[in-house]
Design a protein around this ligand. Structure first.
Ligand code: SF4
Length: 404
């Protein structure tokens, strides 16, 4: 018997292609064998393309369960060969949407299967999603159902296991209990529009801490004799290098350098600096500089980002690095604070104290973060280090204050 698809679509998220060409630039587009056959035999009118590059290693950002062995060829300027000068896809124009590579048909959507149905999400690497432009997803059910069919064929082996969900490492959480908490989180994000998103998340994490059966001091790291603020700065440095590399396109697989982070707990450097545009910026500069409030539009983008990650469960358990709920919430609060820190570094670097951050700058920082999260492939030591360092709401709160 075929079970009926229960598709949950988020409210308040819009998308239609803006034709900016950004998604067809630099990013490696992986191809299945069927894509290679189909695209190689398309009878283009008067045009010659070198359509595919066969890869000897996996393509960044694709699930381990998949076996992509090729990627679309790029031109020297980094744009896809099939992108026309006016940012149109030649394959789509000449042969229709279904002739495009599967990943291009799928983008920017993704889907999370759970015991309560399938939850739709969309990538903030897309300009349409970043700017919330186009029709509401809630009005695109039929298209989303078709896209989900493609997704489930493409990722047939991807079966997230939600049976190991934990409130905190060692305290199991049933999926029903999780959903009850999740609806509180989503409600808080929707109803507290005037507050900073990272602060709302820290508040939710503190409330969740109240449900822990056996309280302990999560801010202390067993065997590490460092002040919490030093640990914070070492973690922030490592996360900034992971999620905001100087060349987001060159860095393929996204993972924390857990060995170097663990080493720095044993032999901490005299001073911890953050790198930005080849300059070193100290934590005291970061503390002295105040970013102030972002515009309503920028804050609303950060809130949408958090809302969609929580709705689609791409921040916790099988949805992200196997993190417990508390560590997942704190990681989400921390990465939103890191967007603000990234914007602060930009102002400190350009010595424009108090300069108002534009929406476009916030959007580009979120796009970079999303690209790295899409390419995330954390090793087991990285997952453990994130779980241990980010269980304490106090740490997320201190990171959030540094982002003020
Ligand atoms: S095939 Fe078309 S949609 Fe896909 S990256 Fe190239 S131009 Fe863009």
């Amino acid at each position: 018997m075929v079970s009926e698809l229960i598709l949950h679509i988020p409210e308040g998220i819009n998308f239609d292609c803006t034709g900016c060409g950004n998604c067809c630039f630099m990013w490696p587009v992986p191809l299945t064998d069927d894509d290679v056959k189909r695209i190689s035999s398309l009878p283009f009118a008067d045009q010659k393309f070198e359509p595919v590059h066969i890869l000897s290693t996996g393509v960044a950002g694709t699930a381990k369960e998949m076996s992509f062995s090729a990627a679309l060829g790029k031109r020297k300027d980094g744009k896809c060969q099939y992108l026309s000068p006016d940012n149109q896809c030649e394959i789509h124009l000449q042969f229709g949407r279904q002739s495009k590579p599967s990943m291009c048909q799928l983008f920017p959507y993704t889907f999370t299967s759970t015991p309560a149905g399938v939850f739709v999400s969309a990538s903030f690497a897309s300009t349409g999603v970043l700017y919330n432009q186009g029709r509401p997803l809630a009005e695109q059910r039929e298209h989303l159902q078709e896209t989900y069919e493609l997704f489930s064929r493409l990722f047939a082996e991807l079966k997230p296991d939600w049976s190991n969900l934990q409130l905190v490492d060692g305290q199991p959480l049933s999926f029903e209990e999780y959903l009850a908490l999740e609806s509180e989180y989503l409600e808080a994000l929707l109803s507290r529009a005037s507050e900073r998103t990272d602060k709302i998340l820290v508040g939710l994490s503190k409330r969740t801490l109240g449900l822990i059966a056996h309280k302990r001091d999560f801010d202390r790291i067993p065997g590490v004799d460092l002040k919490p603020r030093i640990i914070d700065s070492l973690l922030i440095k490592s996360l900034m290098e992971t999620y905001f590399p100087s060349d987001v396109y060159r860095e393929s697989i996204c993972d924390i350098d857990s060995a170097s982070l663990a080493r720095s707990f044993v032999m901490p450097p005299d001073k911890v600096h953050l790198e930005f545009a080849s300059k070193q910026i100290s934590f005291s500069q970061l503390t002295q500089y105040s970013l102030g409030a972002l515009s309503d539009e920028s804050e609303s983008l950060l809130r949408r980002f958090a809302y969609l990650k929580i709705f689609s469960k791409l921040y916790v358990g099988a949805g992200f690095a196997g993190l417990s709920l508390l560590a997942g919430l704190n990681h989400l609060a921390a990465i939103i604070a890191l967007v603000r820190i990234h914007l602060k570094l930009k102002n400190i670097d350009s010595m424009k104290n108090g300069r108002e951050i534009t929406f476009e700058e916030t959007a580009e920082s979120v796009r970079t973060l999303e690209r790295r999260l899409t390419a995330a492939n954390f090793s087991n030591p990285s997952k453990t280090i994130l779980e241990v360092l980010l269980t304490a709401p106090e740490r997320a709160e201190r990171i959030s204050s540094l982002a003020s």
